[in-house]
Design a protein around this ligand. Structure first.
Ligand SMILES: [Fe+2]
Ligand SMILES: [Fe+2]
Length: 257
């Protein structure tokens, strides 16, 4: 993905999503020949997987809960948001099966702690009725984080998890798109809150990436690549929302702390 041009990575509509999927498929077939896959049965792999898998399972559960909560802030979109929430539970079941398939017990206590700051910020924004902040946290930051991490993972996953993750990532694009379109439509009134929410929450995403880097590397996922993929997806989304290059650069700077 990092070899694609900026415009190739833009997600403007389903057509672009389709072409992205094709790019991923082509890329995967190349990668399969060039990357040595890790030993999925080793103790070190299983140990790292117990935390990564838990983060993913918890992330999908949080995503479900967040879309259910968002429906209380945007009640006229209850049906759509309920649909998104249900997809997240399906993802959770898929990733739970991935852990089971490898004989790994997910470390859910670790994962709850991992999400606690972001979870707290979402809950505070929800209580204050801050739709923009809630959407930035769930539909933009968490979805972009998931999409980028899943793309990196797909290249080095075991065959069972690879298939599951490929199905999931398609859905996550729809979720990102949902948040993107809402923020685009409301940009005139939500820009200031968007900037503020970014300043508070983007550093958390960076911190979470740092925290997971060592375990991710055991799974053959490179930290720099994870961060690059995330920043590309995030900045492309901000561009689609309607922010200009200077505003996006200013927002991205919040990750460098
Ligand atoms: Fe999901
Ligand atoms: Fe999602």
């Amino acid at each position: 993905m990092s070899n694609l041009t900026h415009s190739e990575l833009k997600i403007t509509n389903m057509q672009t999503i389709e072409s992205n999927k094709k790019n991923t498929i082509i890329e995967n077939s190349i990668d399969e020949n060039s990357i040595d896959l890790p030993d999925f049965t080793s103790d070190s792999y299983k140990d790292a997987y117990s935390r990564i898998n838990a983060i993913v399972i918890e992330g999908e559960q949080e995503a479900h809960d967040n879309y259910v909560s968002l429906a209380t802030l945007i009640p006229n979109e209850l049906e759509e948001l309920t649909k998104l929430a249900k997809m997240e539970l399906k993802h959770k079941r898929g990733f739970t099966a991935c852990g089971r398939n490898l004989g790994v017990q997910a470390d859910m206590i670790f994962a709850k702690e991992f999400f606690s700051n972001l979870h707290g910020n979402f809950q505070t924004a929800l209580k204050d009725g801050k739709t923009t902040t809630c959407l930035l946290i769930q539909a933009i930051l968490i979805e972009a984080f998931a999409i980028s991490a899943y793309h990196v993972y797909i290249r080095v996953a075991d065959p069972f998890a690879k298939k599951i993750t490929q199905g999931v990532v398609k859905d996550e694009y729809l979720h990102l798109n949902y948040g993107q379109e809402w923020l685009k439509e409301n940009l005139a009134t939500c820009k200031e809150e968007l900037m503020e929410a970014n300043k508070v929450n983007l550093p958390l995403i960076k911190k979470m990436l740092d925290q997971v880097a060592e375990d991710a590397s055991v799974l053959a996922m490179d930290k720099e690549e994870l961060m690059e993929e995330f920043m590309i997806a995030y900045q492309d989304t901000l561009l689609e929302i309607g922010l200009d290059n200077r505003e996006i650069a200013r927002m991205a700077m919040a990750a460098i702390v």
